[in-house]
Design a protein. Structure first.
Length: 322
């Protein structure tokens, strides 16, 4: 089969190589899956760079979530077992962790439903307890993770403020349903949030960026607000001032969604049922900005790494525009 392989760490466009290799062999409790669509996530870039919390042995295939077909014809969502990731024609995954692909979504959309939307749902509902009528501030609102949080925030009845970088991304965030869009390149985030909330600030901040985004967030967080730390796409891990959290009465809440797969797998399945229902009702729908063929995967991962993409880019190994 064909698969993208990384033999040394570095930038995705430099270290990913498309090769012919053997199909992976399922172990006990695993199943072989034909890849129909593989969604690109920022962790794929970190894997290539050797900067992710999991460092598979070299060589490895990146790609942390797919929509695929099992040998008995089931259409499923899966997180492939590294080092044999999803940017390949076949993967293996744990049978117990497979989730049915929603009928309301095509292969590319289904591939993008899993990690980003699960992260958004657990973050907003389990960790931040977002309530209807509250104000949600989403950083990188036009990106893959941010766009999911915007849709889930609107579904929860929140007023959603999206922060983006650039006019084109602002258009995307507006189309996603943001009630207010702030272009961080031309506007003062803190002043704009305070003006929009009558000086109160945001009740919940969804931050997959870190760095300056976190610093601005705590300057416009509401009384008893919650800052959700989801990731550090900026490359800068902030150092929270706990005295500041004390005097302003806000919480800094961490979210590592992957832990639920081992600590509470039933919660993951329950979340998927809720996401499937929301997708069937048309309330959420992954924003797919590009569907690329297999040979375009490395360049696409690089665009995600560089932060120039919007929504999700999905690799279609067969080349079909599903």
């Amino acid at each position: 089969m064909q698969a993208w392989r990384v033999h040394r760490n570095g930038e995705p466009s430099e270290v990913m190589r498309l090769e012919e290799t053997d199909r992976p062999t399922p172990g006990d409790g695993q199943v072989l899956i034909e890849v129909l669509a593989a969604n690109i996530n920022f962790p794929d870039a970190l894997l290539c760079r050797g900067q992710y919390q999991v460092r598979p042995p070299l060589p490895f295939t990146p790609g942390v979530e797919i929509c695929g077909r099992t040998g008995d014809g089931r259409r499923v969502l899966a997180t492939p077992a590294l080092p044999d990731g999803g940017f390949a024609e076949y993967v293996v995954a744990d049978e117990a962790a497979l989730l049915p692909a929603p009928d309301a979504l095509d292969d590319a959309e289904a591939a993008a439903l899993h990690i980003g939307y699960q992260t958004g749902w657990f973050g907003l509902h389990r960790r931040a307890n977002l309530r209807a009528g509250e104000t949600l501030l989403v950083h990188a609102a036009a990106g893959g993770v941010g766009s999911a949080a915007v849709q889930l925030g609107k579904a929860a009845g929140a007023t959603v403020i999206g922060v983006v970088g650039g006019a084109e991304k602002a258009k995307t965030a507006t189309a996603l349903g943001c009630d207010l869009v702030i272009d961080r390149r031309t506007e003062d985030i803190v002043a704009a949030v305070k003006e929009a909330t009558g000086g109160r600030g945001a009740d919940v901040v969804y931050d997959p960026v870190g760095g300056d985004a976190y610093a601005k967030s705590v300057k416009c967080i509401a009384f008893e607000g919650r800052v959700l730390v989801v990731g550090f796409a900026s490359g800068v891990i902030p150092t929270p001032g706990l005295n500041h959290a004390l005097v302003k009465n806000y919480s800094v809440v961490g979210l590592h969604w992957g832990l639920y797969n081992t600590k509470d797998p039933q919660a993951v399945r329950d979340c998927h049922q809720e996401l499937t229902r929301l997708a069937a009702e048309g309330v959420i729908k992954p924003l797919i900005s590009e569907r690329v063929t297999m040979d375009g995967a490395a360049a696409a991962v690089q665009r995600v790494a560089d932060g120039t993409s919007t929504g999700r880019i999905v690799v279609l190994p067969s080349g079909a525009a599903r």
